[in-house]
Write a protein that binds this ligand. Structure first.
Ligand code: SAM
Length: 469
């Protein structure tokens, strides 16, 4: 079928590859539809590519909406980060559970049906994010005869230079939305231009708002180019005055930073400069306190992170000698396990996260947690050579999963229980396949946890128990 052909009357059967819809042509050929096709809707699509066994297409029009699409309040906008917003929440949960089961299919009978627990839903499906990142930009298109010098909101999916204005972010709480609006009003009249990544010109780049769920302490970070011509001592002063006024109007703002980013990459990165308030905010998690700096990693859904960590605790032995917390971040998991074990060793590659973890251990009077700054695969090798054994081992790697060199040393620890926390069911299934190959472990529990309602993301916790002594 030729590129750009429009095909109508396609029934979307299910979601595949996380966000694409699957339909079939009358001759049986599969059509993979990008652009937000919801199962059980009837759509028309534009052909992007014709492959031997399937066609890749882009959604053009929904001819008949899915019964699972709901009516949204007028002020709710769908942005790239919340594309599942129109899908009823119980359906979102169903799709996520199905995706996890689908990902586990290649493991065959090594995963019995009974190990799958029901997905853990979010009690709070809106306003759950404790961190939101907004981008400034422009919208200039000679083709469409559009020239807008100011845009402030979120990136158009898969676009590095196009921004959609945000009017209300459903994933952020009301306070974050109110602060965003105040900054938006100020920026429009500030005399500062917005950044254009194509021309690499302009001043205002990003706004990051972090609002701790339990303490309500809030941090505001304004990222900009200080080498832009209009960034002068006067414009800087006017921004500082604005921050003071903002803090007066929003007393929960405990910390304001400028982030000087004169680099080409349009990411939140650079030199953080504290300009008002305290250097950190504090969040609570399962009764522990965690200090958050502007560059710190912290789970973005505090309430659901508590449920996730509670499951890890439930799977851990009631008492033990050594627990290993691998890919530890700021060692939140290590910290919540510390009262169960004589020693906890957390391993993390990022030095700044390790520094945060040590400070947090001190803040929480945890004295049996050792933070190691190293790649897991390298560290484990040395550790296994020492002959020490762990009672409990938890891994929480990034999306790409574990380094293949980590598998053999993990098995060598012969921990009674391994818990794998994953944000990517595909790499999770691949790594489980490698762990199960030895025959030492069997899977006893698979628990999908919805940390991110209205997105396609899903977290999964898996418990493996040593099958042989
Ligand atoms: C999903 S996060 C884990 C977060 C943490 N467990 C938590 O719950 O907050 C994955 C972490 O693995 C770290 N990481 C990535 N590759 C690593 C490696 N090879 N060795 C050690 N840590 C690594 C990343 O820096 C990141 O902090």
């Amino acid at each position: 079928m030729k590129k750009d052909t429009i095909v109508s009357n396609l029934l979307v059967e299910k979601l595949v590859f996380w966000w694409s819809g699957l339909a079939h042509l009358p001759d049986g050929k599969s059509v993979i539809i990008s652009g937000g096709a919801v199962p059980e809707s009837v759509v028309s699509v534009r052909v992007l590519r014709s492959k031997k066994n399937h066609i890749e297409a882009q959604l053009v029009e929904v001819e008949k909406p899915s019964p699972h699409v709901r009516e949204l309040p007028d002020h709710w906008q769908v942005y790239g980060g919340c594309r599942w917003l129109p899908i009823a929440y119980d359906r979102q949960l169903q799709y996520k559970s199905d995706q996890v089961r689908e990902a586990f299919r290649p493991l065959g009978d090594r995963v019995s049906d009974t190990v799958f627990r029901p997905i853990v839903a979010c009690e709070r499906t809106e306003g759950y994010r404790n961190k939101v990142e907004f981008s400034y930009g422009k919208y200039i298109s000679a083709k469409e005869d559009v020239h807008e010098e100011y845009r402030f909101g979120f990136h158009v999916p898969a676009s590095y230079d196009r921004i959609i204005d945000c009017t209300y972010c459903v994933l952020a709480d009301d306070e974050t939305n109110a602060i965003f609006r105040a900054v938006d009003t100020w920026s429009r009249t500030s005399g500062l231009s917005t950044y254009d990544p194509r021309a690499q010109e302009g001043c205002l780049r990003h706004l990051v708002i972090r609002c701790a769920h339990h303490t309500r302490e809030t941090m505001v970070v304004m990222s900009l180019r200080t080498d832009a011509p209009e960034w002068t001592p006067e414009t800087e002063q006017s921004l500082l005055v604005f921050f003071q006024e903002l803090r007066a109007r929003h007393p929960d703002i405990a910390s304001c930073y400028l982030l000087e980013n004169n680099g080409k990459a349009d990411i939140v990165h650079g030199e953080f400069r504290l300009v008002s308030g305290a250097p950190t905010i504090t969040e609570e998690l399962l009764g522990l306190r965690f200090r958050i700096r502007p560059q710190s990693f912290f789970q973005v859904n505090t309430l659901q992170a508590e449920r996730l960590y509670s499951i890890v605790r439930e799977f851990a032995p009631a008492r033990g000698g050594l627990a290993l917390d691998l890919y530890a971040g700021t060692s939140t998991i290590g910290s919540v396990l510390a009262d169960r074990f004589e020693r906890v060793v957390s391993v993390e590659i990022n030095a700044s996260a390790c520094e945060d973890a040590r400070e947090n251990a001190t803040l929480n009077n945890i004295t049996n947690l050792e933070m190691v700054c190293a790649p897991v695969e390298k560290y484990l090798q040395q550790y296994t050579d020492s002959g020490e054994r762990a009672d409990f081992l938890v891994v929480d790697p990034p999306r790409d999963g574990m380094h293949p060199d980590a598998i053999a040393p993990i098995l060598a620890f012969q921990a009674g229980v391994i818990v794998y926390v994953s944000c990517n069911p595909s790499t999770l299934a691949r790594d489980l396949d490698r762990l199960l190959e030895s025959g030492i472990y069997r899977i006893t529990d698979v628990v999908p946890v919805d940390m991110f309602p209205h997105t396609h993301h899903i977290e999964t916790v898996v418990r493996l128990i040593k099958a042989t002594k």
